[in-house]
Design a binder for this molecule. Structure first.
Ligand SMILES: [Zn+2]
Length: 437
């Protein structure tokens, strides 16, 4: 089913009745429902929305008059945001944020809330697989209600054959698994699937895999990762936007693969100025703000995600009317590298370093001294170390680094680590860590 047909079904209207206007009317009605629900049942929202007047919003633009919800609110008032009794909560997700003190963020979902996620996954996976095809889920899948488990349920509903593997550790074992029971689709973490593909290539394996589509999630997916995996395995790689706060189902790439089509039946998206919180012009970059339209356990109204992106204003070649969000390359939270590298993001380094042969992962520290800054790279490669000159050449092709490297204002220190055939999954989103010397 095309995206628009699915959304029309969710709205209870005919396919040809779905327009930006009818979607807007639906979203406004849902936002007003959620405001009424939270005011009635949540002690936090009762106080939080006090200054907003009691009449329903007359226009979607009025959503901008509601106060923001911040990660701080989620950490300190999560339980007070509940609109159901704790007995009705079937899943609690705890999100530890590195470098943050105080309690972790907790998100609460009812069984019905999770059903919305499964519906999103059914829709997303139906683009990648057909009945009776085998799908390997290379994500933690043993926790009921976790992302791997919900994907498993969705794939089962499509009458395809899901296999729960968990994260990859031993590359040869995982690869052999893919040969033993021919797999048509993989779902996993970008650097893990890249490592598997590079291991396959470096091992000189003659047998061909029958992979058709791969879905990557949990972190930024660099075009360089997509290109490498598609080159090695001759398949198509897709990406989706799925933060926990968005109920794991924010949006999904279509076959045009130029931005995520947003899941606008369950979520209302805004892009705001990351500093002032005010509106930005259509198509300009800003912070992604979400409001949940259908979640009952712990609805979120105007939650500041910290993700920086923009709406793609041009119509999508696939013809869907759903808004598109550009890939998330940067996040607002956490210490940023100093000027003149303030705009440098892990994504910039991913783009230029992952094409290097044998490189499967790396970590980056920016160490700021009084006179000079140093970029400390730890590179993880499959076999022999990568030549320093190759790394320097690759770094010089990053526009945000070239001037500093050329002028000698930025030192680069490198350490090579050989992973052999065992990889260890990163526990959080990969990002540049900033230190003062
Ligand atoms: Zn499209």
């Amino acid at each position: 089913m095309a995206y628009d047909a699915w959304i029309a079904k969710r709205l209870g209207i005919k396919d040809d009745e779905l327009t930006r206007e009818s979607l807007g009317r639906y979203q406004l009605a849902k936002i007003n429902e959620i405001i009424a629900l939270t005011r009635e049942h949540s002690p936090f929202y009762k106080r939080h929305l006090q200054g907003c007047g009691s009449s329903p919003l007359a226009d979607l633009a009025d959503v901008a008059r509601l106060p923001f919800l911040t990660p701080h609110d989620l950490r300190n008032s999560g339980l007070k945001m509940l609109c159901v009794s704790q007995g009705e909560i079937s899943r609690v997700v705890t999100l530890e944020t590195s470098g943050t003190t105080g309690p972790p963020k907790q998100l609460y979902f009812t069984g019905q809330d999770q059903e919305l996620t499964v519906d999103f996954f059914v829709q997303s996976m139906s683009r990648l697989i057909q009945a009776d095809e085998r799908v390997s889920i290379l994500l933690p899948a043993d926790r009921p209600g976790g992302v791997g488990d919900l994907l498993y349920r969705a794939v089962s509903r499509l009458r395809a054959l899901p296999v729960k593997h968990g994260l990859v550790t031993k590359l040869p074992v995982m690869l052999e698994n893919l040969f033993t029971r021919p797999v048509r689709c993989l779902v996993g973490v970008p650097v893990q699937i890249l490592a598997l593909a590079k291991y396959y290539e470096a091992s000189g394996e003659k047998r061909k895999l029958r992979l058709k589509n791969i879905l990557l999630c949990t972190d930024y997916v660099s075009p360089s990762i997509v290109k490498e995996i598609e080159r090695i395995w001759d398949c198509r790689v897709f990406d989706y936007y799925g933060m926990t706060e968005a109920g794991l189902g924010g949006g999904m790439e279509c076959s045009a693969r130029s931005g995520y089509h947003l899941h606008e039946a369950d979520l209302y998206f805004e892009i705001v100025d990351p500093v002032s919180g005010g509106p930005v012009l259509e198509g300009r970059e800003g912070e992604v703000v979400i409001s949940t339209l259908t979640r009952r356990g712990m609805p979120l109204l105007r939650y500041r995600t910290g993700d920086l992106s923009r709406f793609v204003p041009e119509p999508c070649p696939c013809g869907a009317i759903l808004r598109r969000l550009e890939k998330i390359r940067k996040r607002k939270n956490g210490p940023a590298p100093p000027a003149p590298y303030a705009s440098l993001a892990m994504a910039d380094l991913d783009d230029v370093l992952f094409p290097l042969f044998g490189l499967v992962d790396f970590s980056v520290n920016m160490v700021c001294g009084k006179k000079k800054n140093t970029l400390e790279l730890t590179l993880y490669s499959l076999h022999s170390g990568i030549k320093e000159q190759d790394i320097r050449t690759a770094l010089s092709s990053a526009p945000s680094l070239l001037p500093a490297l050329a002028s000698g204002a930025l030192d680069v220190a490198m350490a090579n680590k050989i992973v052999g055939d065992t990889i260890f999954p990163a526990s959080a989103k990969r990002q540049i860590r900033v230190f003062s010397s």
